[in-house]
Design a binder for this molecule. Structure first.
Ligand SMILES: *Cc1c(COP(=O)(O)O)cnc(C)c1O
Length: 413
């Protein structure tokens, strides 16, 4: 009889530590130690050459972080996972591994603010070009890819535009030119989105969001599905001859992550490991509430427009359903009369908190244009196309009736 695959929460909770704990501790202890000691010079040599799997120094690896990485491997189904100090560290480590002077990244202007800034300003100084195109138009993507393209990059749901690209279509288009598809899947966590099913090669996640378990800490993850053939990459091709599809992770772990020094701290891994244990449960509650709130907001005359991909009348409903199921995350956006109406609404909320971040246990509101995109010049503000009358709501674990009441009283204050 074929063995049934266990439920994802069961699998997370059942995942044992990579190495047996001397005390039989049921929670992974926090190994808050910079370095690890050896009995002999030979053992030390073996550890430094990666022959024994032993830890040497916590900028490179750490037992607590390793336990967290192994659980992420378990939920994602990936071959290799690296935990780093933030979502931005995940994205920058990926591009420091695959980009090179003269290469280009094919993406769109509809990106998280710091990712936009990383591509447009930071990487530009190293001779990496960013090509903004319409990722919803596969022809346009194909036209922008050339021999120097190091990746096609997209967020699985663009924040705060709430657009959903066809990931299979993007993957096929990229792969035809031997280019990897890299996605930021922060908005819909495992177990609700399985990137590998859609041909994604590398996945980056801000684990600050759902996984941290209520905004406890900043963290990021790089997930390598190892389906991509790097032999055509000017940067990784040589390595691919020696280690095959492991080339990306070998370069990342062996060189880039060590040199940039943004490995995850053990204290963070401890908090995020706890968060991971309840992620499926919290996602179910917050995304369910989010969908209901989206429907509720649609009925209010003060609200001009609501965007949530789980609404049947949303333009991305079909592709979103295919990729993320019935509940595409716990974030929605909605528009009021103008920016002043948005500010007035924000100022009168009592339950929903005025803060950035996503997927805290508390519901959070923000006016994206004046905050996340606030320091951009007028020219770049136009490029990112974030409207002035729009608010972003991240839905937490509060009771839905209390959230509705809070929204109504602030709207009609
Ligand atoms: C928050 C966020 C990031 C950045 O993550 P940090 O952990 O804050 O560095 C990247 N992408 C998306 C979609 C995000 O929401």
């Amino acid at each position: 009889m074929e063995k049934k695959q266990k439920d994802i929460s069961t699998r997370i909770l059942n995942q044992r530590f990579p190495k047996k704990d001397v005390h039989g501790s049921i929670s992974m202890p926090v190994y808050s130690s910079a370095a690890f000691e050896f009995d002999t010079a030979q053992e030390m040599e073996d550890a430094f050459l990666g022959k024994s799997g032993k830890h040497t120094y916590s900028r490179i690896s750490n037992p607590t972080v390793e336990a967290f990485e192994m659980r992420i491997q378990q939920v994602s189904g990936a071959n290799q996972v690296l935990a780093v100090s933030s979502g931005m560290a995940a994205i920058s480590n990926v591009f420091m591994t695959i980009a090179y002077a003269g290469s280009n990244i094919v993406t769109s202007t509809h990106l998280f603010g710091n990712t936009f800034s990383l591509f447009l300003f930071t990487l530009k100084a190293f001779g990496v070009e960013v090509r903004f195109c319409n990722l919803l138009d596969i022809e346009d993507v194909a036209k922008n890819i050339d021999d120097k393209t190091c990746a096609v990059f997209t967020e699985i749901i663009t924040n705060p535009h709430m657009e959903v690209a066809d990931l299979r279509g993007l993957a096929e288009t990229a792969h035809r030119r031997n280019v990897p598809l890299v996605v930021d899947s922060t908005i819909v966590p495992w177990p609700n989105f399985q990137a590998q099913k859609f041909g994604v090669d590398l996945e980056v996640v801000s684990s600050t969001k759902y996984i941290s378990g209520g905004a406890t800490s900043i963290g990021g993850l790089i997930v390598d599905y190892q389906d991509f053939d790097w032999s055509h990459s000017p940067r990784l091709g040589f390595l691919a001859k020696a280690v095959g599809k492991n080339a990306f992770t070998v370069k990342l772990r062996g060189e880039i992550s060590r040199n940039l020094g943004a490995y995850m701290a053990p204290q963070t891994a401890h908090l995020q490991n706890l968060g991971l244990e309840t992620v499926a449960l919290r996602f179910q509650r917050s995304s369910g509430t989010c969908k209901e709130l989206a429907q509720f907001l649609q009925t209010l005359p003060e609200v001009k427009e609501v965007k949530y991909n789980g609404l049947p009348d949303d333009p991305f409903y079909k592709i979103s359903f295919e990729q993320f199921g019935e509940y595409p995350g716990a974030m929605l956006t909605f528009s009021l009369k103008d920016q002043a109406a948005c500010y007035n609404f924000i100022d009168h909320l009592n339950v929903i908190r005025r803060a950035t971040n996503l997927f805290d246990n508390k519901s959070l509101i923000i006016h994206p244009l004046s905050t996340i995109y606030g320091t951009l010049s007028e020219e770049y503000k136009k490029m990112v196309e974030v409207p002035a009358d729009m608010l972003r709501l991240s839905v937490g674990l509060e009771d839905i009736e209390d959230l509705k009441d809070d929204i109504l009283q602030a709207l009609r204050y």
